[in-house]
Ligand binder design. Sequence first.
Ligand code: VGL
Ligand code: ZN
Length: 256
Amino acid sequence: MLRREGIGTNRYSAETHEGLSFVLPLDQKERESIGIMKTGVIVVDVQADFTELKQGALAVRGTDRVFIDGVRWSTEMFKEAKVTLVATQDWHPHNHISFYTSHEGKRPFDVTLIRGKEQVLWPPHCIQGTAGAELVLDEGFFDAFIKTGTDAEYESYSGFKDDGGSETDLHRILQQRGVTNVIVYGIATDYCVKATVMDALVRGYTVMVVKSLMRGVDPDTSARAVEEMKKRGAVLLDKLDGETLRESCGLLLPSS
Ligand code: VGL
Ligand code: ZN
């Protein structure tokens, strides 16, 4: 929980789930005047179907209550810091091309070729309007929601565009708000987080990725995804630390 330090002040303090405490000392105008309001946060696909917590159709290992609480806590902290917060949501029609049920004779997690590209065939998940597609986080945290994978014919791991090349609103929304740095976390490391990070780098954003706030479908592909993201220029943080919060969002740790 965040505590306001005195009635009518802009100072907040709190202790994070990872034991950090911080103070948010500046109001929005002050932060803008010293140029630290450029950070946005992209929270990738924290949806029921991807979590063990909700016994989702495509539950990713390690997405238990402790993990989700950490994601919630961090997201709330960014909300308090008034950074732009965007949630991506996998949002498939029931006959989506990535579902094994759309391919005769195939089983969950089989790999097939679609237009010459390897495609994992997933259990049906995040079907538009179902409970499994709902965010596990309070919708009130977010400035915008980006729905992906809405075209039955194309896979879409990236929050920026689908495999058919159609752009979402994500880049435009971030640009409109003057965001130049993005912090990315969520599910799944080896699919949607990775693709979103790569596309953010291509579009010129400075990208930070928080390992403790993401989980992957498979340990090997997740480890490779982390290496690839680093190689392309993303900064991989083990967890949110005082320096990052101070420099990117104006959140001050008392000790720094
Ligand atoms: C995702 C598999 C299928 C993801 C989405 O959010 O990473 N993974 N659809
Ligand atoms: Zn999907």
